[in-house]
Design a protein around this ligand. Structure first.
Ligand code: PMP
Length: 356
């Protein structure tokens, strides 16, 4: 056999694959992937179980889900796009707008998938440091936009640090970015937001020709394993996105689960409110301990553990809690089972003197 190798794009050859949050042993709490700790509702399980025609392709257009979302957001079904997770839509948006020589601007640190999404499209990432409080510095993000910028991603609440972008900040930002640049408002955690000052993508739909709002069924609706995300935006943008999509990739089971979840939204949002309450209590307790925890508006909290990040993550793991480490900045802890809270706070207390 020849030892010659096929040509891999040089930028891809050095690109690491997306790294998933660590799995947990049976007796540990997995608080490393911002998942919803509640099991699926029985009605959602039944809707999935009713989809047994595995020999048939699913509806490639996910029309029933799009129609229901369109009704809720008061847009047409063509202004809604459904994909296997909002991360798939990020890839589709980057491919549709950006290629070699083009720039994609986003605040950093933010969602770990952004750099890979941009590289895969062949474009260049421009990362703008967050403010010391972990929030986006949107004026600096706007200032980083050049004639080469094709897309800007704004993540609110920001994963992994937690703060929101305010409606006022976002309005000012949109006014300063040319309408030829696509702005993606990544609202993966929107349903957990309780701060009245926060920007709400749903309220902005139709106001800007260059805005796409990205949401997911993975977090608040607890369907991470079934892979359903969606985007709301101008039809001409979403038509381009659909052209970049891998066909037929949203399963019939995912579509059925999304629809059944929308039907049971009240019950699901009660769970979300419970998680948001738990988050607020955890943040208050951590601040009481002396941790400078940034505002947390998603289903996770950020502990700024600095150079002690790896050691802190190990301490949590030893206590039975798997967290996500971002050395040398901090660790992100998802709001999970109630039973994990006491151990979480005890472990944080044992670390606080050394790390702050
Ligand atoms: N955006 C953000 C900010 C996220 O944190 C995540 C998941 N961690 C996603 C998008 C992607 O979620 P999904 O593909 O499950 O919809």
């Amino acid at each position: 056999m020849s030892d010659e190798r096929v040509h891999i794009r040089p930028d891809i050859a050095v690109l690491p694959a997306y790294k998933q949050g660590r799995q947990a042993a049976a007796d540990a709490f997995k608080l490393s992937s911002n998942e919803n700790p509640f099991p699926p509702l029985p009605g959602v399980v039944q809707a999935v179980q009713a989809q047994t025609a595995f020999n048939r392709y699913p509806d490639a257009t996910a029309l029933a889900v799009r129609a229901e979302l369109a009704r809720r957001f008061d847009v047409t079904a063509d202004e809604v796009h459904v994909a296997p997770g909002s991360v798939a839509i990020l890839h589709e948006l980057a491919k549709a707008t950006s290629g070699p020589g083009d720039e994609v601007v986003y605040a950093w640190r933010s969602f770990e998938a952004y750099p890979g999404v941009v590289t895969v499209a062949g474009a260049t990432s421009v990362q703008v440091p967050n403010r010391p409080d972990g929030g986006h510095d949107l004026d600096a993000v706007a200032a980083a936009v050049t004639e080469r910028t094709r897309m800007v991603i704004v993540c609110t609440p920001n994963n992994p640090t937690g703060p929101i972008v305010t409606a006022d900040e976002f309005d000012r930002f949109m006014a300063s970015v040319p309408s030829t640049v696509l702005v993606v408002l990544d609202e993966a955690y929107a349903e957990f937001v309780t701060d009245p000052a926060a920007v709400r993508g749903g309220a902005l739909i139709g106001r800007f020709p260059n805005l796409v709002v990205l949401r997911t069924f993975s977090k608040a609706y607890g369907l991470a394993g079934l892979r359903v995300g969606y985007a709301i935006g101008p039809q001409y943008v979403l038509d381009a996105v659909r052209a970049c999509a891998i066909p037929l990739s949203v399963t019939a089971q995912g579509q059925a689960a999304a629809l059944a979840s929308l039907e049971r939204e009240d019950e699901l949002l009660e769970r979300v409110a419970e998680l948001a309450d738990s988050r607020d209590r955890i943040v208050a307790a951590l601040r009481d301990q002396g941790w400078p925890v940034p505002d947390a508006q998603g289903n996770f909290v950020w502990l700024p553990t600095g150079t002690g990040t790896a050691a802190a993550a190990e301490a949590f793991e030893a206590a039975g809690i798997i967290v996500r480490a971002f050395p040398p900045e901090g660790i992100r802890i998802s709001i999970g089972e109630h039973e994990a809270v006491e151990t979480l706070l005890e472990t944080a207390r044992s670390l606080v003197g050394d790390l702050t």
